[in-house]
Ligand binder design. Structure first.
Ligand code: AMP
Ligand code: ZN
Length: 472
């Protein structure tokens, strides 16, 4: 297996810390629960889901941790504006997050540590204490504690950033007055009035942790000092992940992460989908347009994680169409396996299944586009063989078994979503009769009525097939 490591900017062969036990520790930066996550965030989580599932398909045991950032500037501001306690404010968005995870069929991480958990706060304080004792951090006059980036020579290695270019352009914010270097980042933020009730005691006075130290504390607490894979979106590289390296390695003296994997952004009209630009959709927004979680999962999954993906409604319709092709293919295969002694003039004429092509593509830095390309090429070929009545029950069964295996990674099998409602089935039967009577006008009318119910009719040599129609 090979991955592109942001640290080296190279494709590297994957070797976990513990190859014998085949355990892989993965840390993924989770949501900041100040509002509902948007589907750009979910592109990152779906890429991480693909990573986990593929490692598992290849026989690794994955231990995945995803943190929940439930205290930072944005959550505090949100709670203040809503006039509710911080925990109450964040609880609703945590709940919404887990709902969306379910809708998109994302495997849950083994742990979802929350930054406000007292045991993690204690650990953050302990890490900051060690950093100060090593002169890697200092308390400034504003009472906040900052990391001293000049003392950590590797600072900037992940982002490939030249420290000398980090120069002060003047005093931009009041809380930066006391820093030694413009790039020094807060480990502990001294309490101020705007924080209200949100504060913890520390050796440096009341305050709260900085965002970066939260991830260093929770990742090392649950996965150990050295982590196999750390993921996030590309916007996390600097300063967040750069800071995580400085803090964690500053404390442990060990290499924090072996492989850094970052996904490119989900875009809207060429711009990053983000809260601040206001160009975002949430999962319920997309569902409200008539799409399913499975369709959105497909739309966010289908492009290689390092390639920016433009979100469009047309793309959603394409996702629906692709899934329709998979559903129809599976139904046809199923039908063949169910027909005993199927007449098959040239049994096994269809070429043998290249069982590994899909997985091999994913081994290559999770090349999902190539993997799906292979799936659809296989669908085309088997459909052709089925059209010519050249696919025997044994081969059909082998394809279905293969699908079952790759679907542990894709998780795209249709469930109740594809159940055709009885009204649509009734209309389809009437349409069938109309067509037998060559009453094309009535047949078209019935097609329109079926369409109005959300279904599309396709005439195939095996009769009519109903699929969910694309939403407008
Ligand atoms: P946040 O809640 O902003 O900390 O983001 C949570 C995760 O979503 C991080 O891994 C971000 O890098 C990622 N993310 C944010 N916006 C996008 C986007 N438009 N496309 C892909 N990933 C994103
Ligand atoms: Zn993080």
């Amino acid at each position: 297996m090979r991955f592109f490591n942001t640290y080296s900017r190279q494709i590297e062969k994957f070797e976990p810390r513990d190859p014998a036990r085949r355990i892989v520790g993965i840390y993924t930066c989770g949501p900041t629960v100040y509002s509902r996550a948007h589907i750009g965030n979910f592109r990152a989580y779906i890429f991480e889901d693909l990573l986990q599932r593929h490692l598992e398909l290849r026989g690794y045991k994955v231990h995945r941790v995803m943190n929940i950032t439930d205290v930072d500037d944005k959550t505090i501001r949100g709670a203040r504006e809503a006039s509710v306690p911080l925990t109450k404010f964040t609880a609703q968005f945590k709940e919404a997050f887990f709902e969306d995870v379910e809708t998109l069929r994302i495997k849950r991480a083994d742990e979802f540590p929350a930054a406000t958990d007292q045991s993690y706060i204690d650990r953050m304080i302990e890490m900051i204490r060690i950093l100060i004792s090593r002169e890697l951090a200092y308390q400034a006059e504003d009472k906040s504690v900052y990391f001293r980036i000049n003392k950590f020579p590797d600072y900037g290695k992940l982002a490939h950033f030249d420290l000398t270019q980090l120069q002060s352009t003047g005093r931009v914010k009041h809380d930066e007055y006391d820093k030694e270097h413009i790039g020094d980042f807060a480990l502990w933020k001294a309490w101020d009035e705007e924080d209200g009730e949100v504060k913890w005691d520390s050796p440096w006075g009341p305050g709260r942790p900085g965002w970066h130290i939260e991830c260093s504390a929770m990742s090392t607490a649950l996965l150990g000092d050295e982590i196999d894979i750390h993921c996030g979106g590309v916007d996390n590289i600097f300063p967040h992940h750069e800071a995580e390296i400085a803090q964690s390695e500053g404390v442990t003296g060990k290499k924090f992460v072996r492989y850094w994997l970052h996904c490119a952004h989900l875009l809207v009209d060429g711009q990053k989908m983000s809260k601040s630009l206001g160009n975002f959709y949430t999962v319920p927004d997309v569902m409200a347009k008539g799409y399913t979680g499975r369709e959105l999962r497909y739309a966010l999954l289908r492009v290689h994680y390092r390639v920016p993906l433009n979100f469009t409604w047309n793309g959603m319709n394409e996702a629906r169409e692709s899934l329709g092709r998979i559903d129809e293919w599976l139904a046809r295969l199923q039908e063949i396996t169910e027909k005993e002694n199927v007449e098959c003039p040239t049994p096994n004429a269809e070429r043998p299944i290249q069982k590994t092509a899909f997985e091999d593509a994913l081994d290559d830095d999770l090349n999902i586009s190539a993997a799906l390309g292979f799936l659809f090429e296989s669908i085309r070929e088997t459909n052709r063989a089925m059209d010519e009545n050249k696919l025997d029950a044994g081969s059909a069964k082998a394809w279905l078994d293969w699908w079952k295996r790759i679907n542990t990674v894709l998780d795209l099998q249709s469930e109740s979503e594809a159940v055709v409602p009885p009204e649509a089935t009734q209309l389809a039967q009437e349409r069938d009769t109309a067509r037998r009577e060559k009453n094309w006008k009535r047949s078209d009318e019935l097609r329109d009525r079926i369409f109005a119910l959300g279904w599309e009719v396709r005439d195939t040599k095996d009769g009519q097939k109903l699929t969910r129609r694309a939403a407008k």
